[in-house]
Ligand binder design. Structure first.
Ligand SMILES: Cc1cc2nc3c(=O)[nH]c(=O)nc-3n(C[C@H](O)[C@H](O)[C@H](O)COP(=O)(O)O)c2cc1C
Length: 192
């Protein structure tokens, strides 16, 4: 596919539609290398990846279920199953972790905002890299992305935040695109 058509055709997958196969080890290495090829003021690499597949995903789903049960002691088993379903059903998740710091020990002069923007760009690059390899992907958060017990299960340090769970897998077929923003509402031209 030509690169412009490629960029024009990327859209997020429905997480429910994603299945096997997932990227091989070699493909994943390439995908994460491409994702990491991102503008980064100060070369701080203010992100990292936690790749969840197989038992690692089952264990994440368990942690989400436990967090939900702790917060909703009245919940029955069906409600707990529903809360963890997204993780039980996912074929592979790349959790993207922001390591942005307000006063980064290596470069205190680099604004935290710019480090956060870099991590967001990594997520977007990751979506494109998955698409380029023929896989579907979608960037999701939801309450588990902010829950201390889930973040602790994923091994996040106190200063780290989850930029999102990027679900990756194979889509059964083409999905409808969504309406896209109107450019005339977003662009101000000042060229004269
Ligand atoms: C940080 C972040 C978190 C998101 N979390 C969710 C989510 O939890 N649930 C959801 O349905 N969409 C979520 N989205 C939106 C989807 O990733 C995506 O924007 C939407 O499905 C349409 O995607 P497309 O424009 O790539 O086709 C999130 C997007 C971002 C940037």
């Amino acid at each position: 596919m030509d690169p412009i058509a490629f960029l024009e055709s990327r859209r997020s997958a429905s997480p429910k539609a994603l299945g096997l196969p997932v990227p091989s080890g070699a493909e994943l290495e390439r995908i994460l290398t491409i994702a990491s090829r991102t503008p980064d003021h100060g070369r701080l690499a203010p992100w990292r990846f936690v790749v969840l597949a197989g038992p690692g995903l089952a264990s994440l789903a368990g942690a989400v279920g436990e967090a939900f049960r702790a917060d909703h002691p009245e919940a029955d088993d069906a409600a707990v199953r529903a809360a963890r379903q997204r993780y039980d059903d996912a074929p592979m998740i790349v959790a993207v972790v922001s390591r942005a710091r307000p006063q980064h020990p290596d470069r205190p002069g680099i604004p935290e905002w710019e480090q956060i923007l870099t991590c967001g760009a990594v997520c977007m690059n990751l979506l494109h890299a998955c698409h380029a390899h023929g896989y579907g992907a979608v960037w999701l958060s939801g309450w588990p992305a902010y829950h201390p017990a889930v973040l602790s299960h994923l091994g996040l340090a106190a200063h780290e935040r989850l930029a999102g769970f990027v679900h990756v897998g194979t889509e059964p077929g083409k999905q409808e695109d969504r309406p896209r923003p109107r450019l005339d509402e977003l662009v101000t031209m000042r060229d004269r």
